[in-house]
Write a protein that binds this ligand. Structure first.
Ligand code: ATP
Length: 373
């Protein structure tokens, strides 16, 4: 098919074209007065499980729909495997989308549902049969071909939706909250299965979710979105251990941020920093931790017993509050609750402090921030 797509020349500093499956280049989207995506530059690499994580309304789905071709960007370009596809229709792009509601045809069998896209493309019958069989095997649903969607569990239906996308052999699979309709246990099981399928097939997955655990569990890398822009791109460990902004620190995990006067009393500097709750030890007030340690006193304001661990909210003497997470290696719920209201000393390795930048208002530049600390 003749296409208006043009080849894009790479810059010397970019990843090699062969590595980049999807590039968003200054992409923006306005709906009337609403700016859904303010300006996003992003490279998703070949074979990556890449997630777009952010709260409701942060622009994740709009980004995905622009990659799929369901929305046209107001500005910027979408580049697939080095080809500018910004103006191409969805069916002209080598991508497929899996939606949360599965969008299966209820009157068709599972086999017919999976085969449907190939029929539309007039793929010969023998080829269709082989490709459907391969796709059914990928999602481990062999033997279910003759059932109707209503005769399947939620997880099985989701796998049919996946098979229906995989059968088209797209180079990039877009997934929009595909596990959102499943209960927690099944969702966790499907997270592991999805990741295993992705690794087996070696496809590029771009996965939209507002669930931080899901994004951390499954992704090779993720982008954290807020108000239509990317606040940070990195591996799960990067984003969790070295949040670039206070928004990322709060959205991915518990915020635990100290700034200004309180920060100075603890670290000697006004710079805002974050410390993860599981890095903090809770000691008796009179205990003096060794060198290289940050320490602050306070009293336990609240105790939440979580079974395997306990979460303590500690009001600090200089002001502010920190959450501490401790594993219940030996203590019982009674022992955990006994410290409520008691004075304590908190201590943590100074190396675990992460200085973060504050993104203010709409005028700050987007993109991944530099970490310090
Ligand atoms: P969710 O997790 O709730 O799906 P999201 O991060 O995917 O949220 P988007 O669906 O991309 O967010 O929406 C971003 C913003 O754009 C929101 O303010 C939304 O109301 C607005 N928006 C999205 N689609 C349209 C549309 N077709 N018309 C007008 N506004 C829209």
């Amino acid at each position: 098919m003749a296409s208006p797509a043009t080849e894009v020349q790479p810059n010397a500093s970019d990843p090699t074209p062969a590595q980049v499956a999807v590039r968003l280049d200054g992409i923006q989207k306005r709906f009337g007065d609403v700016t859904a995506v303010v300006g996003v530059d992003l490279d998703v690499l070949q074979g990556e499980f890449f997630s777009m994580l952010g709260p409701s309304g942060s622009g994740k789905t709009t980004c995905l729909r622009m990659i799929a071709g369901f929305e046209a960007p107001t500005a910027g370009r979408v580049i697939l495997h080095g080809r500018d596809v910004t103006t191409l229709a969805p069916y002209e792009r080598d991508v497929n989308t899996v939606f949360q509601d599965y969008a299966l045809f209820p009157h068709m069998t599972v086999g017919a549902n999976v085969e449907y896209g190939l029929r539309v493309k007039r793929v010969p019958r023998e080829v269709r049969r082989t490709r459907v069989a391969v796709a059914m095997r990928m999602v481990q649903l062999e033997g279910f071909e003759d059932r109707k969607p209503a005769q399947l569990s939620g997880g099985q239906r989701q796998r049919v939706a996946l098979a229906r996308a995989l059968v088209n052999q797209p180079s990039v699979l877009l997934l929009d909250e595909p596990l959102g309709a499943l209960d927690l246990k099944l969702r966790q099981q499907m997270q592991i299965e999805l990741k295993a399928i992705q690794q087996r097939v070696g496809l590029t997955f771009i996965y939209v979710t507002h669930d931080q655990d899901e994004a951390l569990t499954m992704s090779d890398r993720l982008a954290v979105m807020n108000h239509g822009r990317i606040e940070q791109v990195g591996s799960p460990a990067d984003v969790y251990e070295r949040p670039a902004t206070s928004f990322v620190a709060g959205f991915v995990g518990v915020s635990n941020t100290l700034s200004g006067q309180v920060a100075r009393e603890v670290t000697g500097s006004d710079a805002t920093f974050t410390i993860r709750p599981e890095k903090i030890r809770m000691l008796a007030v009179e205990e003096q931790p060794g060198p290289g340690t940050c320490t602050v006193t306070g009293h336990v304001r609240a105790v939440i017993y979580l079974g395997a661990s306990t979460r303590y909210a500690v009001a600090l003497d200089p002001g502010g509050e920190l959450v501490v997470l401790q594993q219940n290696l030996t203590q019982s719920s009674m022992e955990a609750l006994e410290v409520q209201g008691k004075p304590v000393r908190l201590a943590w390795d100074r190396a675990n402090n992460r200085v973060i930048q504050e993104l203010r208002g709409e005028t700050e530049p987007s993109g991944s921030g530099e970490e310090e600390g």
